[in-house]
Design a protein around this ligand. Structure first.
Ligand SMILES: *[C@@H]1O[C@H](CO)[C@@H](O)[C@H](O)[C@H]1NC(C)=O
Ligand SMILES: CC(=O)N[C@H]1CO[C@H](CO)[C@@H](O)[C@@H]1O
Length: 546
């Protein structure tokens, strides 16, 4: 085109040509710069996001503000920045979850989103047959004999009726409707759940029973079960392990902390050949439904069945099985270096944080790639399932002492250390001594040693113990001056708790006046002692420094 423009004005004006060339070159560089400037707003993430990145580089005009929502977060759905770690699936341990129709929607979905996928053989039991997404939820009370269960079962019938009429058992905020008595049904569930878990998976090596507000430290279970299997053949050496509780001298594994029963132990209760014998199972159920009807709790009933009928008494395996969550755990020398298996009373949002914590820990320790010895590509692809009762020879000889378990120490470092108040508190000219303080806060010191009116009235009570319950200051002084190993204290009028264990605790109420909160309780920590103690405990974790 230009070549034919011999007579065009361009040819006659070299100056115009020069200006044109300069303009074209300049806009080329400007364009190039813009592309770079624009890509800088989208820092490269992982390959999964490169698609998005490409799109944003080509649409240079899109400005940053257009993509950012009012809260400052991106308005486009973000891909996960890192792919989640899913260790090897644990097919050979049946996970049975017990919950109730009034709380299931608040609790179980977050379990399904976090640890349950690692336990492909999971069973969910409620007091109503229902579904959660694609998961079938069974009614644990379906096989309970109403003639022996007694009056309590009226709540169950009521629930079925409300549900069948289309009434929700939970309001849209996830709060329980009127059926608060529903929890009384809970004690009838444990034996039916055990029977049905065995019927569904009669060949599993292990059966783990937990509640809807129990959380698992999933990755720790692999090396734990390898070692357990080396010591106790799951088909022949009965195991009923948990966190021992006692009621009227009756030992049982506390339900919320979770209890583990192997096949050998289940077969002591339901002998070979009886797994589908409904006459036998009906008899078993009736016997223990009757016991449940005048008992407090289902885990106790199960303990009775295991002890009396199966001849297998629960073994106390705390703190692997334990009933606290990150803020209620009393951190102490006795658990600091120990691995954790279960947590209880876990709020849904805490369950998420515990999951994030586990993911971060696995990356940090490098255990994300860990597999048991004898694990093959066929296992990895899901073509064969791992059987603990028939482990490869390599696994039986496997040295798991190098495995980096997630410990209570790690939980302390992740959850507690960054949250403890560190600045010594000076308020309204008061002298708080060495302690850092939170008002309206219960650090559960009272669980260790509680001084109160009764203890002050005892003959051998000394002066500082009597005075400690009269004011915050005296309670603090009791901890700081009179108990050299006291790490923290808690005061409310008439009560002074002092503790040699570290417990973070929780806010007692979200709102209120200073006075109101103060009357609820004040917690203090002697941080210099806390730090020294934690370092002392930490130094005793063998080979676990990471
Ligand atoms: C149920 O209790 C009866 C009476 O004590 C007893 O004879 C029977 O063996 C028990 N059955 C089971 C399965 O526990
Ligand atoms: C919320 C909570 O756990 N509060 C406890 C505070 O301490 C007293 C004893 O000092 C307990 O009775 C409360 O239950």
């Amino acid at each position: 085109m230009l070549a034919t423009a011999a007579s065009s004005p361009l040819r006659r004006s070299p100056l115009l040509v020069c200006i044109l060339i300069v303009l074209v070159t300049q806009s080329y560089f400007l364009f190039k710069y813009n592309v770079q400037a624009a890509t800088r707003f989208y820092p490269s993430k992982d390959p999964a996001n490169s698609q998005d990145e490409l799109r944003s580089t080509s649409t240079v005009i899109v400005t940053r503000t257009a993509l950012i929502g009012p809260s400052g977060t991106s308005a486009i759905l973000q891909q996960p920045t890192k792919s989640p770690i899913r260790g090897a699936p644990l097919h050979d341990i049946v996970l049975s979850i017990k919950t109730g129709a009034t709380v299931i929607h608040a609790r179980v979905p977050i379990q399904l989103l976090t640890f349950i996928p690692s336990f492909p053989n999971t069973l969910i039991y409620s007091d109503l047959k229902t579904k959660l997404g694609d998961w079938e939820v069974a009614d644990a009370l379906a096989r309970v004999s109403s003639d022996v269960a007694g009056d309590t079962l009226k709540y169950w019938r009521k629930m079925q009726e409300v549900h069948s009429q289309g009434g929700g058992l939970m309001d849209s905020d996830g709060k329980m409707a009127d059926m608060k008595e529903g929890w009384e049904l809970d004690k009838f569930k444990n034996i039916p759940i055990l029977i049905e878990s065995y019927q569904k998976y009669p060949h599993a090596s292990y059966y783990l029973f937990i509640d809807g507000d129990t959380s698992l430290m999933t990755s720790n279970w692999w090396p734990y079960l390898i070692d357990l299997t080396k010591l106790h053949d799951p088909l022949h050496s009965p195991i009923y392990w948990g966190s021992l509780a006692l009621l009227n001298d009756m030992p049982f594994g506390h339900g919320g902390s979770g209890y583990l029963i192997n096949q050998a132990a289940i077969r002591k209760l339901i002998p070979e050949g009886k797994a589908f014998d409904e006459a036998y199972l009906g008899d078993l159920e009736r016997n223990y439904t009757k016991l449940a009807s005048h008992s407090c709790c289902g885990d106790l009933v199960l303990g009775r069945a295991m002890t009396d009928r199966a001849g297998v008494t629960v073994k106390h395996k705390w703190p692997w099985y334990q009933g606290e969550t990150w803020w209620s755990i009393p951190y102490h020398e006795s658990n600091f270096c120990k691995p954790m298996g279960t947590m209880h009373h876990v709020l849904p949002e805490d369950m998420q944080e515990i999951w994030d914590f586990e993911q971060a820990m696995l990356r940090k320790t490098g255990m994300d790639k860990w597999r048991p010895a004898g694990w093959t590509p066929e296992h990895e692809q899901g073509m064969i399932e791992w059987k603990f009762s028939d482990m490869p020879r390599e696994a039986k000889k496997m040295d798991t002492s190098k495995y980096k378990y997630i410990l209570f120490r790690d939980m302390y470092d992740w959850f507690i250390a960054p949250r403890l108040p560190r600045e010594p508190t000076k308020e309204k000219g008061e002298d708080w001594g060495e302690s850092t303080v939170r008002i309206g806060w219960d650090n559960r010191s009272w669980r260790e040693e509680e001084l109160n009116k009764d203890s002050a009235a005892k003959e051998d009570a000394v002066d500082w113990q009597k005075e400690a319950i009269t004011s915050e200051k005296n309670c603090r002084i009791a901890c700081e001056k009179h108990k050299k190993d006291c790490l923290q204290w808690y005061y409310r009028p008439g009560v002074c708790g002092i503790s040699i264990k570290l417990n973070y605790g929780h806010r007692l109420r979200d709102d209120g006046t200073y006075r109101e909160l103060r009357d609820l309780g004040v917690s203090g920590w002697v941080m210099s002692r806390v730090e020294a103690k934690v370092e002392e405990w930490r130094s005793k974790c063998p080979g676990q420094v990471i």
